[in-house]
Design a protein around this ligand. Structure first.
Ligand code: ZN
Length: 184
């Protein structure tokens, strides 16, 4: 097979995969479906820090969010059951989530009992709102050409139409460590 032919086959394959992906991404949720917005920036920061128990607890909390709400109130037993971890581990994981500023807990009276309410904070969804602890664990994205600072994703904004990043601190452009180029 000639090199050109192989390239064409590869292109055809990518084209077909893309068509398939487009089809799948257009699937609408039917009646009875439930969904919640996943706090992906928080997941990534926790994974990078090796806080896997905290990630599991965060997933459990998110799956109990009310419709259009950032509030969940599963019991300690429920969280332990859904994460497959004991209550001590769950408690420690919750402390990690509080210290990263991703979740806040407060208590309300429910009949005779007190109920734990977990509020998923906006910083769990937005890197620009990360606490310094959460930002610390982010990977360095590149070097600011203007001030020389090794920037993280939370230090920069996209400039132009996605041509690159600019440093919030000084406005300098970022030289990225790894340029992603499509592999074809
Ligand atoms: Zn700079």
């Amino acid at each position: 097979m000639r090199v050109g032919q192989a390239e064409n086959l590869k292109l055809l394959y990518f084209f077909q995969m893309e068509k398939k992906a487009n089809k799948v991404s257009k699937l609408a949720l039917g009646p009875g479906s439930l969904y919640a917005a996943l706090p992906i920036p928080a997941y990534k920061a926790l994974s990078a820090a090796g806080e896997h128990a905290a990630n599991r607890v965060l997933t459990a909390l998110v799956s109990h969010l009310g419709k259009g709400s950032n509030l969940a109130f599963p019991s300690m037993e429920t969280i332990a059951k859904e994460t497959g971890m004991n209550k001590t581990t769950v408690n420690n994981a919750l402390k990690v989530l509080y210290s990263y500023g991703f979740v806040e807990k407060y208590k309300t009276k429910a009949g005779k009992h007190w109920r734990n309410n977990y509020l998923i904070l906006p910083s769990a969804y937005q890197r620009s709102k990360f606490s310094s602890l959460a930002a610390k664990n982010e990977k360095r994205l590149g070097i600011c050409k203007s001030c020389g600072y090794a920037v993280r994703r939370s230090d920069v904004g996209v400039w132009g139409e996605g041509e690159g990043y600019a440093h919030f601190g000084c406005g300098g452009l970022i030289s990225e460590f790894k340029k992603r180029r499509p592999k074809i």
